[in-house]
Design a protein around this ligand. Structure first.
Ligand SMILES: [Fe+2]
Length: 280
């Protein structure tokens, strides 16, 4: 791991690792992806359902857990994140599955994963693995350095025309500020946010801190479909931080994933549970 990559992750919150996965590893990831789409779990949703921007999204499917825990032992992410973060240990959290097809926009609103997950700390990372060659204009976009910024309320992903409609809202304690409309502001002034994104080829992986503001990655007529598996990891500097109480949407403080395990943690506890596979 070169020190430039470590420094970029620390400062920007995201890096591209070229040729991160070999053909065999990528084939195993694709197999897991295809299985996940065929056998989606209880947390699967359609984002912006019924609109032209609808996308299939799945998250921490309990039925996929065993095969994904096995898969990550064959991938290099334990070692990579250990070096990238400078963490003695690395654990695997779970997956996300994104299928965007049909050539329609399907733009994901900018958000921080930490609006939905009870996470804080430096050692968190999502590995964004796409199976197509994704042009830069269709790739994941990350607001540089936002992983070190404040916690915003997250969009509720209901109305693509209102990409900052808050999930937790006015009643939330603590109250989280509403997101800026990053896409609209960038349209008015392309320099308003410093955004990074990369064209990727199969085997390349984007690693990002999940507290980063990230989004985009739409499909369009020239790039009509994208299949992406996201694997999420954490290390020593990872803590449980409950989500706001009294969320307008009724969103629970422990989030909606691994609810039983999260119920055992208190604010500020190290993020640890035997349910998560240790890799390093
Ligand atoms: Fe996300």
């Amino acid at each position: 791991m070169n020190s430039a990559l470590r420094q970029s992750f620390e400062e920007d919150g995201a890096v591209l690792v070229k040729n991160c996965l070999d053909e065999g590893q990528l084939a195993l990831c694709r197999e897991a992806f295809d299985w996940a789409v065929e056998n989606h779990g209880p947390n699967a949703t359609m984002m912006f359902e019924g609109t032209e921007q609808s996308s299939h999204v799945d998250n921490a499917n309990p039925n996929a857990k065993e095969r994904l825990d096995e898969l990550v032992t064959k991938l290099p992410f334990g070692k990579i994140f250990s070096e990238l973060w400078g963490s003695k240990h690395v654990w695997y959290f779970a997956e996300e599955v994104f299928l965007k097809a049909g050539g329609k926009s399907g733009r994901t609103s900018f958000h921080q994963d930490t609006s939905y997950l009870p996470w804080t700390g430096k050692h968190w990372g999502n590995a964004w693995i796409s199976f197509e060659s994704v042009p830069k204009k269709n790739s994941l976009e990350i607001v540089k350095g936002s992983h070190r910024g404040i916690q915003y309320d997250g969009p509720n992903f209901v109305d693509p025309k209102d990409p900052t409609q808050p999930l937790h809202g006015e009643t939330a304690v603590p109250f989280l500020p509403r997101l800026p409309d990053i896409d609209a502001e960038r349209e008015r002034d392309p320099g308003s946010f410093e955004v990074v994104s990369w064209a990727v080829d199969p085997g390349d992986v984007v690693l990002l801190h999940p507290h980063s503001l990230h989004g985009g990655a739409h499909v369009d007529a020239d790039f009509p479909q994208r299949h992406t598996l996201v694997l999420r990891f954490f290390g020593d500097d990872a803590f449980y931080r409950p989500l706001p109480e009294h969320s307008e949407s009724g969103f629970p403080t422990q989030g909606i994933l691994f609810v039983e395990e999260m119920a055992k943690l208190k604010d500020g506890d190290r993020f640890r549970s035997p349910v998560f596979k240790q890799l390093v």
